[in-house]
Design a protein around this ligand. Structure first.
Ligand code: MG
Length: 372
């Protein structure tokens, strides 16, 4: 909304949606006057409707309304910023309706990247990345026409626990895990960043966005989060995209592409990039990264299993049911138990997601012994 506020002539908000954050949704709708508002949580419909109907703003509720709203004729771009697996079906509906996608919901590509990319190419729909690393790679590729990528380097801040070994992580609390050093983000992605699962999901996301295999995707830890990612071409040249760690920049690039629209956002100064460090991730401590590479190489429904188990693991960690390191144990357990499907249909993904959540929920306690 801050991005749109800076470019009122370029963008008009047509539909706004949120799941539970009623007060913020109402405030935003009052300011940006969308045609329609969808509140995901049906129990909150009365409150949202009472506040907005008098202003001439239509209000609907529930997941089905979101799937319907993204197909409206008056929409050009859908910014998919729902958390986790919930973003999958609305994104499919938006692509089917031919809408340009600004993709902030990486789990959509992790779960069903084959279906999403195939559908987008059938419908001639562009998917522009909002994830900062993928936006960086996209920006590095502009002007490269058909020059193939030799490899990409996704940068990772390393999160709040960079440099700590297994010993140091067995007792960390959710408060510590939620404190990201560079980026301000929601709870799910902050935990994913601390556990390096976020980077694992991004590796799979990059595979689909840029048509790469796992050997072409490297991860380097870069604590300052100034270099947002890099592309190496077949002549050996490497392009990097830099900037302050601020999600407003990749959001603006995705919805404004191919234009760079003017902003009054803070500019990078010399002090921000005087000491840029890079190191390899500690894969023994942060096992999620290898679990993600394994899921990607295995393909089929394995990334879907990884994602669903992770969503349950993160929720359990946030509820103090399992410890930080046990999240990887639970995910690995589910990846070994759920039936593997090599060429899943959408229905297979939906069932895999559901079965994995149940399995993770039922077996959580055996991994929780160390947590207490
Ligand atoms: Mg990212």
């Amino acid at each position: 909304m801050e991005v749109v506020r800076q470019n009122q002539d370029s963008f008009q908000i047509e539909v706004l949606t949120a799941f539970n954050n009623v007060d913020l949704l109402i405030r935003q709708a009052v300011e940006f006057k969308p045609n329609l508002v969808v509140i995901g949580n049906e129990n909150a419909y009365e409150k949202v409707s009472a506040a907005l109907q008098p202003l001439g703003i239509k209000v609907y509720s529930g997941p089905k309304s979101i799937e319907w709203a993204v197909q409206m004729d008056t929409i050009d771009i859908v910014l998919t910023a729902m958390v986790g697996y919930a973003g999958l079906l609305p994104t499919i509906k938006a692509i089917e309706a031919g809408k340009t996608i600004a993709l902030a919901n990486k789990e959509t590509l992790v779960v069903a990247g084959d279906i999403i990319t195939r559908l987008a190419s059938e419908k001639g729909v562009n998917i522009y990345p909002v994830d900062s690393e993928h936006s960086a790679i996209f920006q590095c590729l502009v002007g490269e026409f058909k020059n193939p990528i030799e490899k990409i380097i996704l940068t990772a801040s390393g999160g709040p626990f960079r440099g700590r070994g297994i010993e140091g992580l067995s007792k960390v609390t959710k408060m510590e895990a939620l404190k990201h050093p560079n980026w301000e983000m929601g709870a799910k992605i902050s935990i994913d960043s601390a556990s390096l699962m976020n980077k694992g999901l991004e590796v799979i996301e990059a595979q689909w966005l840029f048509g790469l295999n796992s050997e072409q995707i490297e991860v380097w830890v870069h604590p300052q989060s100034i270099v947002h990612s890099m592309v190496q071409f077949r002549d050996g040249s490497v392009k990097a995209q830099m900037g302050l760690p601020d999600m407003k920049l990749p959001i603006l690039y995705a919805i404004g592409y191919p234009n760079r629209l003017p902003t009054a956002f803070p500019r990078m100064e010399l002090s921000a990039c005087m000491n840029l460090q890079f190191e390899l991730p500690d894969r023994n401590t942060f096992r999620n990264l290898d679990l993600a590479y394994h899921a990607m190489n295995k393909a089929g429904n394995m990334p879907c299993i990884l994602n669903a188990a992770n969503e349950i693991a993160v929720k359990a960690f946030l509820n103090d049911q399992i410890g930080f390191l046990e999240m990887s144990d639970l995910i690995e357990f589910c990846m070994g138990k759920i039936s593997y499907i090599g060429k899943p249909t959408l229905q297979d993904y939906i069932e895999t997601d559901n079965e994995t959540r149940i399995l993770a929920q039922e077996n959580m306690r055996q991994f929780a012994i160390l947590a207490k």
